[in-house]
Design a protein around this ligand. Sequence first.
Ligand code: NDP
Length: 306
Amino acid sequence: MRITFCCSDTKQEPWLEGLRQALPQATVELWQPGAALADHAVVWAPPQQFFDEQTRLRGIFNIGAGVDALLKLRLPPQAQVVRIDDGGMAVQMAEFVSHAVIRYFRELDRYAEDVAAGTWSYRRPAVRADFGVGILGLGVLGQRVAKALAHFEFPVRGWSRSPKVLEGVQCFAGQEQLHEFLAGARTLVCLLPLTPETCDILNRDTLSRLPRGSYVINVARGAHLVEEDLLALLDSGHLAGATLDVFRTEPLPVAHPFWKHPKITVTPHTSARTLREESIAQITRKMLDLEQGKPVAGRVDRIKGY
Ligand code: NDP
């Protein structure tokens, strides 16, 4: 079995070494133009030339959960696209989102301001029952985040494409239930894959349907958010704050208004990082399952886009 590795923005040697150790029977090579045709590819943001040349691939393993950039390329039609599902990312996402929600709910920024001013002050605690958290996307990451927040007894609601029944989560599905879902979300968390259907989903119309004083947490992809609509709703006071980990252009341009906006917290696409060891173990297991015709978790449906 021949495996080709083509990942930009990644230290290549430890990945190659890890893949070779996990699959000693395979030939694992760093891709170069003109390389021999491989059976499987392990990729992150490869150039189109890679797929134009690697025409015989049976499996394309994306070293991330989101495949939006990959699916924009022309891929060999017979190849199965497989993504990382969880691989240590879900617990990171649960930490990150829980931290942001609790920071808003407990008004920790206001306390920090008071302390900085040398003021010992109490605030009336917010009512948990009124602080619904709405999660757009109830997949691997969305469900883990929902579980973490339900543990803190927040009223958790979630929205997905297909109907679901999840303990501790009020579930909504499809366009017809989106408005009802949004109306009960004091904090809205976006954990959708980026597809033509979900691009720009955080816009003036949807965000205006959140209760006044709501917060937005976008940890999925920058193109879910219409940036000027968020800024207008923050400036009008309809929204109280936003935590943004992903942006339409990354790195976030130096002059971008999000950097210094007092109601926006920026993090550099770091809410859930790909963990090398976990990912190599998962990819190699899935590769062997695919070879043996067994079911493989994280198979991407190219038509649905995730
Ligand atoms: P999954 O594929 O497991 O889950 C996607 C969820 O979104 C599913 O519940 C799906 O519904 C729902 N969904 C998709 N399209 C629609 C739609 N049109 N309407 C309603 N619901 C929809 O993905 P993950 O949870 O693993 O990851 C989610 C995204 O998080 C990734 O695609 C990636 O972009 C982003 N991400 C960001 C990271 C970061 O560091 N910021 C790190 C990792 C991932 P259904 O269940 O019905 O199919």
